[in-house]
Design a protein around this ligand. Sequence first.
Ligand code: 6PG
Length: 366
Amino acid sequence: MQLLQRGGPLTSVKRASTSRRPPLAPCAFAEPASAAVAAEKRANGNGNAAKRDQPFINVIEETAWDKGIPPVMGAHLMASGVIAPISTSKGAGIDVEPHQFQYPGEGSAQVIIYATPKNASKGLARLVSNAAAAAIKERGAFTLVLSGGSLLGMLSGLEAAKGVDWSKWWVFFVDERNVPHSSADSNFKGAQEALLGRVPIPAGQVFAINEGLTVEQAATTYEGRLITLPASVLPRDSEGLPVFDQVLLGVGPDGHVASLFPNRPEVAATGRWVLPVSGSPKPPPERITFSLPVINAAKDVLIVAVGEGKAEIVQRALEVQALPGALPAQLVRPKAGAARWVLDALAAQDLSVGEWENSKEFPRNK
Ligand code: 6PG
């Protein structure tokens, strides 16, 4: 895991706390901006801030604990005082087969912390416009995939970005609610208001959900529209999966990303690019969502979280390995490189970043 820090010293993101903390993943510090390097050195007190190229290690092999998950990693003690064994339950409901969660190799994560939401929005604008410029230079098109929710408000910084060739942008939705485009619940509507309606992206290059369909039809239709795009716009990887240039995810308090909710079969699904979701725990109940393999096939995946309300899930997702499928955000492991977490100081306040690089006692290494 790597930390980049922008817009404020590391120590400023931490609130005084004596609370319990799980063991931490060792972490390699990437080279931050020079002011942040100095702040980081102060925070570490050793002047040795930059350790580069260490492998990501916040990943626990599924077989790591044959006697049960250590309590520090989220397991619990039974009344006898013994650690609860690894569950062999088939899942919710006696006839339900266990889901096979896909761990596409070792993942890695990079954390970028901005001092304020405004700085995070500006930083996000830079990350997106840089990705756009690179993709357009390379093949004359940029494919951007958006989530809904508070992420959309963070996109406003892009409007002012300089030198953007909007005519080459293609915009998709990693998940969408199955509602009319005019609905207040529509991610498309939210994106129009936040950005798309203000910049000259050709209307035919914005992929809104088709209205008035069942959720199953909507997913199939959306996938069909992706499949028919030429490789010059949407290339495929060696497994035949689409390779989007950049995916912007939000994260829910339960660890969901896109409309992939904890412990639901969609999180384990591999056969389709776009999945129907019924009975979503977050309203509205009907949605379509990209599958995890499609998200992980993208060139660049950013998980954006700002505000105190995200602090707990950010800490859990980055510092506490969950059981497979329990925190979909932990399954975001782009094949092409690190998932990048874009945070503000409040969302990062429960992270024990200062301890990451020194901890060698992460349970999986024992
Ligand atoms: C949706 C989303 C969803 C969202 C998270 C975070 O359409 O509901 O795409 O995955 O990104 O729930 O939303 P907030 O940032 O608004 O909490």
